[in-house]
Design a protein around this ligand. Structure first.
Ligand SMILES: [Zn+2]
Length: 153
């Protein structure tokens, strides 16, 4: 009660093939039975910025590929933003939303959603102002929009 169970990684991502993330989400939802799952990104994120550079970053490449794939999904909106800092910060916001969708696709979240109250939240921390920006995630909307192929009946 009143506790926070935290998992952190580069660029705040929830990759379905990362055992660390999968284990954390399983433990949090199945054993701790957390009611609120929060994805919290931050502006001027080094991981997001690195993914936007066309550099070979070695071992980081496959990890940052998750971000590049999100950029591809939203390239129309992002390409229209001329200012690089603003574009990268918008990608931070989009990434938070997309990672909530990734969590919604996990069998652990789907099971929890079917049997009890559980909510997704997407926040962006602005370190310059100290403000927390709520991306206003609608858990029901996300769960209703998840494509059939991801559903575990
Ligand atoms: Zn970061």
């Amino acid at each position: 009660m009143g506790e926070v169970f935290v998992h952190r990684n580069i660029a705040n991502i929830a990759p379905n093939n990362d055992f660390n993330f999968i284990t954390v989400i399983n433990y949090a939802l199945t054993h701790l039975e957390v009611k609120h799952v929060i994805v919290c990104g931050h502006y001027h994120c080094g991981g997001i910025n690195a993914a936007m550079e066309h550099k070979d970053l070695g071992f980081l490449n496959p990890w940052l590929r998750n971000i590049r794939d999100i950029y591809r999904l939203h390239s129309e909106e992002l390409d229209a933003i001329q200012n690089v800092v603003q574009r990268n910060n918008r990608l931070v916001e989009i990434n938070v939303v997309e990672q909530c969708v990734n969590i919604a696709k996990t069998v652990d979240f789907q099971k929890a959603y079917k049997t009890r109250e559980v909510y997704l939240h997407g926040w962006v921390f602005d370190l310059k102002t100290g403000k927390l920006i709520d991306m206003k995630i609608d858990t029901d909307l996300i769960m209703n929009k998840i494509e059939r192929i991801y559903r575990m009946d």
